[in-house]
Design a protein around this ligand. Sequence first.
Ligand SMILES: Cc1cc2nc3c(=O)[nH]c(=O)nc-3n(C[C@H](O)[C@H](O)[C@H](O)COP(=O)(O)OP(=O)(O)OC[C@H]3O[C@@H](n4cnc5c(N)ncnc54)[C@H](O)[C@@H]3O)c2cc1C
Length: 463
Amino acid sequence: MAQNFDMVVIGSGPGGYVCAIRGAQLGLKVACIEREHLGGICLNWGCIPTKALLRSAEVFHLMHRAKEFGLSAGQIGYDLGAVVQRSRGVAKQLAGGVGHLLKKNKVTVIMGEATLTAPGKISVKTDKGAEEITGKAIVLATGARARNLPGLEADGDLVWNYKHALQPPRMPKKLLVIGSGAIGIEFASFFNTLGADTTVVEVMDRVLPVEDAEISALAKKQFVKQGMKIIEKATVKKLDRASGKVTAHIEKDGKTETQEFDTVISAVGIVGNVENLGLEKLGAKIDRTHVVTDEYCRTGVEGLYAIGDVAGAPWLAHKASHEGVMVAELIAGQHPHPIKPNSIPGCTYCNPQVASVGLTEEKAKAAGYEIKVGRFPFIGNGKAIALGEPEGLVKTVFDAKTGELLGAHMVGAEVTELIQGYVVGRTLETTEAELMETVFPHPTLSEMMHESVLSAYGRAIHF
Ligand SMILES: Cc1cc2nc3c(=O)[nH]c(=O)nc-3n(C[C@H](O)[C@H](O)[C@H](O)COP(=O)(O)OP(=O)(O)OC[C@H]3O[C@@H](n4cnc5c(N)ncnc54)[C@H](O)[C@@H]3O)c2cc1C
């Protein structure tokens, strides 16, 4: 006999598990179905294990700088296996925590692959056979996977996707990273710091192409200083694979050159998991590889919602979780606000870190705003100097007419922790006046957030 639920969530990534818990908190009878690992890509193969790897690279980098701090460190080295083992351990610990949280909130977890068979009906293929369940509301949170471009397909040996790169079979000596979005540049940063001769090819005119152009340029300067080679406005047309080496055909300015590498990481985007869910039969619309939704994550099919990566960009865990909460509240009869795309922060944990929220200078101008721009460099900040991190910039973009904070863009140490101050500001629809009035603690990197605002209005003190 079918088990009946108020809400069934398919997928247990940061979209799905958060949605399930919020629904249960609001008194709904909830099931969460997962075919692989609780916690989804984020906890198992994305956000968390990459940050654990990058932390090892950061410590390694700092060990090399020991002398600068009056310290000594002999025989600096690493054991890649141990670095990876730590990363897998961190991922395992957090994924285990998700199981515990779901249990604590009395969410029924069903391990198996879900397919929608009719409106409100789901069949789950489990180890023990097919299980039929019904849900008054169904939330798709099936996530996404690495995009495989023809000719650049990952094989796990010479050409890796992010899953391979998280469990590398060897340390690359000469590495090509295709794509300089967050995923590509984080892996480039990790392997480059550990000593791989790293080249990044980006099809757009700059690295980290969604970021403010000035921030991309400053980040690039640091990557190059660290020995990375960056080829922009270029395309990898073909990879010839032979024993132990790959020849990449790289096209730039109409000319094709070949270069040899021992390892390639393909980070050319992701595609939504929309297949084999029975969506077409129900009439849900799919645009390329994501489910089409409205601002409340409704698919247009009665009782069917889609959240997170499967519902399209930005492909970020916190966007997935926020949508999960909103949808659960909607299903429980509350009146939540839809997420504001321009208030979703984006963070990249390369060295130097990059973080942003809202409109870039270019986009603000293109949207017709008359703007005021503030800039404050790390070199003018006491804490940055004390930390030995004098490179970086905090940039703010204001509407000159209203003083609204339109966007904030940062590059440098710990900016992924700083950005949230401006995100709160955007939620509160803050203007330059409140930000200038705010007292920032000294000495902190956050003082640069204050100074950047002051600078937009010609009042910066320390620069
Ligand atoms: C290397 C890497 C690094 C990243 N770093 C960051 C970062 O630092 N910050 C950030 O915000 N984002 C980061 N991301 C992106 C982030 O991981 C995703 O945005 C996030 O995981 C999306 O959450 P989700 O719940 O939509 O889907 P997912 O986390 O992909 O979870 C979907 C789940 O659904 C399951 N599933 C799919 N189909 C079915 C089915 N038919 N039946 C049952 N279960 C199913 C899958 O097994 C999966 O567990 C990173 C991604 C990668 C790959």
